[in-house]
Ligand binder design. Structure first.
Ligand SMILES: Cc1cc2nc3c(=O)[nH]c(=O)nc-3n(C[C@H](O)[C@H](O)[C@H](O)COP(=O)(O)O)c2cc1C
Length: 331
């Protein structure tokens, strides 16, 4: 969404989020070159995620580009990596409307999209189209399913795809009906199966609603595998009677403190790879997560709902400014 004018940007808050979501998809798909030309930031903030060199640590997290239609835009805009998904095996419509709610005063959203997806085959075709152009940016395929078999099948599909570098397993969708995905023994069973058929790095995406002993158990499981890390975290499950499914996930600024708390807990236990996600809106937050919490990369999602593509370019710009020594380095 290209929103330069402040008044226009504040007007957008009064338009239904489903409408802005659809309009921004149309704009990105039909005018990518124009948007990119206006927003591109040329910067080098190289870092590493597993064994992969990222040109910078900032990527768009799952939910914005469910089907890989927007990957080219975000890569050309300068993201260090891009998360596509959640992808499910076959086509899925998701929940009926209403399924998105905005809390502008808190810079938060509640979403209950219900994992709409065009399915793995469609996503693969989209990603193959951009694979020759993506150069230094990496693609993460975020996969979702209600059974271990589905998750293993999706891991196999994306492990074989040259266009995908990392597989992120969504074990934390607030819409899942099964509730045992966080049990460390289930996570271990899943990772054993995935590792037996999949060589790419794997991120396990957890819920922020997790108790410390479960989190400790999951960390210990991840440590037993090579190139397995954690994405901390998904949106926070909540009841939402005004949305069609009655339950949703809170995302945005309210998650930032909780994410840091969970990451601190993990860091006190382990140096397992961590990708931060939750409530990040600024370059300063990215820097704080990297320098104080030793995360390898940072994903942003709700920031895009409030700032459009400017959210990405502003974060990258701010980071570049601070790293070049022009900004206040305190976090
Ligand atoms: C509209 C929307 C859709 C989302 N869809 C997914 C999804 O399909 N899979 C997933 O793992 N996370 C999904 N998420 C969660 C985000 O990836 C992220 O974990 C969460 O929103 C916290 O980050 P944020 O505060 O930067 O938004 C979604 C979030 C939003 C707001």
């Amino acid at each position: 969404m290209l929103i330069r004018h402040r008044r226009l940007r504040s007007l957008l808050r009064y338009i239904h989020p489903e409408v802005t979501y659809t309009l921004s998809h149309l704009a990105f798909r039909n005018m990518p070159s124009l948007i990119i030309k206006l927003l591109r930031e040329d910067l080098v903030l190289e870092t590493k995620l597993f064994n992969l060199k990222l040109r910078n640590p900032v990527g768009v997290g799952a939910g914005i580009d469910k089907n890989g239609d927007l990957a080219r835009v975000f890569i050309e805009l300068g993201c260090g990596f891009h998360v596509v998904g959640s992808v499910v095996l076959g086509e899925k419509r998701g929940n009926p409307h209403p399924r998105l709610y905005r809390y502008p005063e808190r810079l938060a959203l509640i979403n209950a999209l219900g994992l709409p997806s065009k399915g793995a085959s469609y996503v693969l075709r989209q990603l193959e189209r951009i694979s020759r152009r993506r150069e230094s940016a990496h693609i993460v395929a975020n996969i979702a399913g209600e059974s271990l078999q589905e998750l293993v099948a999706l891991s196999r599909i994306f492990d074989r795809a040259d266009s995908v570098d990392i597989i992120e397993i969504n074990l934390s969708c607030p819409q899942y009906t099964r509730s045992d995905f966080h049990r460390p023994d289930i996570v271990e069973e899943l990772l054993l199966k995935v590792r037996s058929i999949c060589t790419k790095p794997v991120l396990v995406k957890i819920s922020p609603r997790i108790d410390t002993s479960t989190l400790r158990g999951i960390v210990r499981v991840c440590e037993r595998f090579t190139n397995v890390g954690l994405t901390i975290s998904n949106s926070f499950p909540t009841t939402a009677g005004f949305l069609s499914s009655g339950v949703g996930g809170v995302s945005g600024l309210p998650l930032y403190r909780l994410s840091k708390k969970l990451i601190s807990y993990v860091r006190a236990l382990s140096d397992v790879t961590v990708v931060a996600c939750g409530g990040v809106f600024t370059g300063r937050q990215v820097l704080e997560l990297i320098t104080k919490y030793n995360v390898s990369a940072v994903q942003i999602v709700t920031a895009l709902a409030y700032g459009g593509l400017h959210a990405v370019s502003n974060i990258l710009k701010e980071l570049k400014h601070i790293v070049r020594g022009h900004g206040d380095q305190r976090c």
